[in-house]
Write a protein that binds this ligand. Structure first.
Ligand SMILES: Nc1ncnc2c1ncn2[C@@H]1O[C@H](COP(=O)(O)OP(=O)(O)OP(=O)(O)O)[C@@H](O)[C@H]1O
Length: 249
């Protein structure tokens, strides 16, 4: 297999049960998934289906009870927490619903931090930060603190932070979930723009309209993939009826 044909992300047999106060929640019940370089995959489904848990497993933020994950062909089974942290810094950008910016760091420092932690020389980190913030319409906000920005602006800072190390994979967990309709449109437009330039994206959303920005939509239900369809009309391997029309209606 040539290097380009190696999936950016592959998962096999993922299972995850949460043990909280109440009954155990079987959030992910056996997921196989392969994401090719340059794909924009949306994972959509109802609240509680297990979407966020799946994304957390894919980004190494939680460990599966069973199953394996490969990043660019490298099996992560033996990764320590520290190794996963390094991978997230270099190979995986993540944006969350509530931005997760460091509140006592400026916009500039929030975006530069992952680059500096990855060993990028300060001058190069600054150049990268400046280019991304300009691209995301945030030049002039470098010295602002996150709390001084609108939700949409904070999410754009989070996007800049996620992309500053040019990770092969971007994971997005309900990135528009706490934004108004203008902020939602903006985030989706930006995700589409980065995808057009080759960024591989896995987006989790309960909103089927947002999912239609992707070129492949996975319907997630009760911890399992119920349907997996490319939006170019390619028939689903998992069901006789494509989920595309339902999602676009
Ligand atoms: N840390 C946790 N401890 C206990 N149960 C959890 C935990 N995280 C998630 N769950 C449970 O696991 C199931 C799946 O949750 P998850 O957040 O993955 O679903 P989701 O599809 O992302 O939902 P939503 O769209 O509402 O965010 C739910 O029953 C949830 O209550």
């Amino acid at each position: 297999m040539s290097e380009d044909a190696t999936p950016v992300l592959r998962a096999e047999g993922l299972v995850k049960t949460h043990h909280g106060e109440g009954a155990p929640a079987r959030a992910v019940r056996g997921v196989d998934l392969s994401v090719a370089r340059g794909e924009f995959v949306a994972i959509t489904g109802p609240s509680g289906a297990g979407k966020s848990t799946l994304l957390h497993l894919l980004g190494g933020l939680q460990r599966p009870d069973e199953g394996s994950i490969w990043l660019a062909g490298r099996c992560t089974d033996s990764f320590s927490e520290a190794r996963w942290a390094v991978e997230r810094r270099k190979a995986i950008g993540i944006v969350f619903q509530f931005f997760n910016l460091v509140s006592n760091l400026s916009v500039a420092d929030n975006v530069e931090l992952p680059a500096l932690l990855a060993g990028v020389p300060p001058k190069k980190a600054r150049t990268g930060r400046e280019a991304l913030l300009a691209e995301l319409g945030l030049d002039g906000k470098e010295r602002s603190m996150p709390g001084e920005l609108s939700g949409g602006e904070q999410q754009r800072v989070a996007l800049a932070r996620a992309l500053v190390n040019h990770p092969p994979l971007l994971l997005a967990d309900e990135p528009a979930g706490s934004l108004d309709s203008k902020g939602t449109r903006e985030v989706m437009r930006l995700l589409s723009r980065f995808h057009d330039r080759g960024q591989t994206i896995v987006l989790v959303t309960h909103d089927a309209r947002l999912a239609s920005a992707a070129d492949r939509v996975i319907s997630f239900f009760d911890g399992r993939i119920a349907d997996d369809a490319a939006l170019d009309g390619t028939p689903s391997k998992r069901s006789g009826t494509s989920g595309v029309l339902e999602l676009r209606d």
